[in-house]
Design a protein around this ligand. Structure first.
Ligand code: ADP
Ligand code: MG
Length: 721
């Protein structure tokens, strides 16, 4: 047993901060040239180097041999290079060919447009190849496989590091420096920030063991245990910050204890033409408990398209109103704000609120819209109503949080479609809370999102929020059946369905290809599709066109015409993605569906299936051999959460983390996809550590690592105050 395994020795072990202070030139074999090369791949210190983890581990005794390769299947083989030749073809493309083999057989490998492979693949060099082998002239061939150079390293398990052709770094150079660094750390061992009790409970190896075995494992089992421990560390740092932030909000922000005894919410619910779903009731109860408490609510409401978030949001706003405060709902676009305003006005029609200074002791509940389109006297009136409290519910865009807008007593805020709102905007909204500056109470905040997020990802991306989930659709929905149209012939079936639906009095959407590079191209292709449908496939139907470059009056006219059933078919770009609600529309045709992501396809599909009639969604692609995994997923399920999990599997967390979460880029080993269980364990561990020790004074090592490795934004929050 090493010292750190006993729990002692953590105090004098080497810390990540110390490693961060040692430049790589201090290592054997790193001179000026290699230092520059390492800098190019972002490695400047020994810490950077030691956290440059192998991207693969090759078990030499257990690799597939050439004779095991099956044509058409992807596989990994360990081979030796026999010959290499380079050719330039007529179109000036290059082709590098290599003959490789092991004791069991030979393989022909070709690389197109990778001229440098000629220099890389010298005769006699051992390499790992990963790719699909195909039959070729009586033998086997791999085209553009992934190549890892093994060099002349020995040992049963060979770590393969990310290598850089450009920076001229090989995996065995990196391995050598890592080994040198580990040797030098061996005497002191690594300081371990995770309390022994938690390590025991979760069966985690100590950090010294983990650091060594991630780089130099003797068995794959050792490597796995090391990976689990180091991935846990990464997740623990993230969760520690989130949990500290959550607890700090609860500790420091003064909220409103909303009075839940009023009648308003109950009257609202009993006036609805339907029963709340169990999921809606549960979410409302969770929100009410938050609102009644002394701390401001920070809650995320997740629910698939059509799950019925509006009623939940309105209930939250009414809770504030019945206690004598105001509610506000912020939407990301003017169109959405307007839709919410008319929808919510319809929902609340006839509700009355107590008005003590009024002759009748009661008045009509008042809802007002504020966007940048509302100007002049109307705007002044609305703003005055916010300030004097005669407006109970404010609905709008970010116009609501502009300078000069004051509320009489803002009690609850709902933010719709959060991914389009910045953190600062949320903060600004909180500043609109009631009371003089020094003792301002913070309004309760409910963030609504229709983009389902896998649970583990939600714990990370929204880890400082509580989460309510609407995981149940209101009853009576007829499920949407989804079909794939593979190429022009099958496309005819889609247009046939559109005609049939229109014949039965229904309506249809046609969504044109997403062209991310250019809105101009996107508009042009929508225009083209529109003309094609008008003149050919859907000739005779009443067809409208909606795209992002139309003046907003025209957009509105097109939407209204569709809503009023003056149009049978609406041809649109993705501008219809959010919020459009026409229950009579039952067919959705998505052209070039492969250009969209899973989440977006799901959002688009959610525009149909909103009424009593059975709905259909067609996904049109160019003719291909098999469906893409995304199309396949959409055809297989309409469950947004299931799709979100598949999406995470397909894309990895890259996109999610990069957009939502720039600061949390410390995840090098941990994967929100692979390590779902570990995310939950790390979150629980963070609560166990932070709750008895809110400022981490008993856990200085962890505190220091969080400071060292998390973003400036997180750090600013944690340590400024
Ligand atoms: P979301 O915003 O979650 O996409 P909405 O709040 O717009 O969903 O609700 C979608 C539709 O479902 C609306 O037409 C609404 O009236 C209806 N709805 C909501 N809750 C229920 C319920 N419990 N039972 C029946 N219909 C409901
Ligand atoms: Mg909605």
């Amino acid at each position: 047993m090493t010292r750190s395994e006993t729990g002692a020795g953590t105090a004098d072990g080497i810390t990540l901060r110390e490693l961060q202070a040692i430049p790589v030139v201090r290592l054997k074999g790193v001179g000026d040239k290699k230092q520059a090369a390492l800098r190019e791949v972002g490695v400047e210190t020994v810490l950077d180097l030691l956290t440059t983890y192998p991207r693969r581990w090759v078990d030499r005794t257990n690799e597939a041999r050439v004779s095991d390769l099956v044509p058409g299947k992807e596989a990994l083989v360990l081979v030796t290079v026999r010959t290499v030749t380079k050719r330039t073809m007529r179109n000036r493309r290059t082709m590098v060919e290599a003959q490789v083999g092991d004791g069991s057989g030979r393989l022909h490998v070709v690389f197109f447009n990778q001229p440098w492979r000629e220099r890389q693949l010298r005769e006699g060099v051992q390499i790992m190849l990963f790719g699909k082998a195909d039959d070729y002239r009586g033998g086997l061939q791999m085209t553009n496989p992934i190549v890892d150079l093994i060099g002349d390293r020995t040992g049963r398990i060979v770590p393969i590091y990310p290598q850089s052709e450009k920076a001229q770094l090989t995996t065995w150079e990196i391995a050598g420096w890592v080994e040198n660094a580990l040797e030098r750390c061996a005497a002191r061992g690594f300081a371990d920030p995770v309390p022994l009790g938690i390590r025991r409970e979760l069966g985690l190896v100590d950090r010294s063991t983990a650091m060594r075995q991630i780089h130099l494992p003797e068995t794959m089992g050792e490597k796995e245990r090391a990976r689990r421990r180091l991935a846990f560390d990464e997740l623990l740092r993230v969760q520690t910050v989130l949990v500290m932030r959550k607890r700090a909000f609860e500790r420091e922000q003064r909220g409103i204890r909303h009075d839940m005894s009023g009648e308003l919410v109950r009257r609202f619910h009993s006036a609805l033409s339907y029963e709340l779903t169990r999921a809606q009731s549960r979410a409302i109860a969770e929100i009410e408990a938050d609102l009644a408490g002394p701390h401001p609510m920070h809650r995320l409401l997740q629910g698939d398209v059509g799950a019925g978030k509006t009623v939940v949001a309105v209930s939250a706003l009414l809770c504030a109103v019945q206690g004598g405060h105001q509610g506000a709902l912020m939407a990301p676009t003017e169109v959405l704000a307007e839709q919410h305003a008319s929808g919510i006005r319809a929902l609340l029609g006839g509700l009355r609120v107590p008005a003590p200074d009024n002759l009748f002791g009661e008045r009509q509940l008042s809802v007002a819209l504020l966007t940048n389109r509302i100007t002049g006297q109307e705007r002044r009136d609305v703003i005055a109503g916010f300030a004097d409290g005669t407006i109970d519910i404010a609905i709008g865009t970010h116009a609501l949080i502009q300078e000069g807008i004051e509320f009489h007593s803002l009690g609850a805020v709902v933010v719709d479609e959060q991914h389009r709102f910045g953190v600062e905007q949320r903060a600004a909204l909180r500043m609109k809370g009631a009371g003089p500056e020094d003792q301002r109470v913070v309004p309760d905040v409910l963030v609504m999102t229709a983009t389902p997020i896998p649970r583990t990802a939600a714990m990370t991306v929204y880890g400082d929020l509580d989460v309510s989930v609407l995981d149940e659709l209101p009853p009576g929905r007829t499920p949407i059946s989804t079909h794939w149209a593979n190429g022009p012939l099958m496309e005819l079936a889609a247009w046939g369905d559109v005609r049939e639906a229109v014949g039965a009095g229904r309506q249809a959407y046609v969504v044109c290809p997403l062209i991310e590079e250019s809105e101009k191209l996107e508009v042009a292709s929508a225009q083209e599709m529109y003309e094609r449908l008008v003149n050919q496939d859907l000739k005779g139907l009443r067809i409208g066109l909606l795209h992002g470059r139309l003046p907003s009056a025209d957009k509105e006219a097109a939407m209204n015409a569709f809503r009023l059933r003056h149009l049978d078919v609406l041809v649109a770009t993705t501008v219809i993605e959010v919020g459009v609600d026409v229950a009579n529309a039952t067919v959705m045709v998505i052209v070039d569906a492969d250009r969209f992501g899973i989440a977006q396809l799901h959002q688009l599909r959610g525009r149909v299936g909103r009424g009593e009639h059975a709905s259909k969604c067609w996904l049109i692609t160019a003719e291909v051999e098999g469906p893409s995994p995304r199309v396949e997923a959409l055809v297989a399920t309409t469950d947004g959460f299931e799709l979100a999990e598949i999406d995470l599997d397909l894309r990895g967390e890259g996109t999610l983390m990069n957009t939502a979460q720039k600061g949390r880029s410390d995840l090098k080993l941990a994967s929100l996809r692979r390590d779902r269980e570990l995310v939950g364990l790390a979150r629980q561990a963070a609560f166990d550590i932070v709750d008895p020790d809110p400022m981490l004074s008993e856990n200085p090592l962890l505190l220091d690592e969080v400071r060292l490795l998390l973003s400036a934004e997180d750090e600013e929050f944690l340590f400024k105050s």
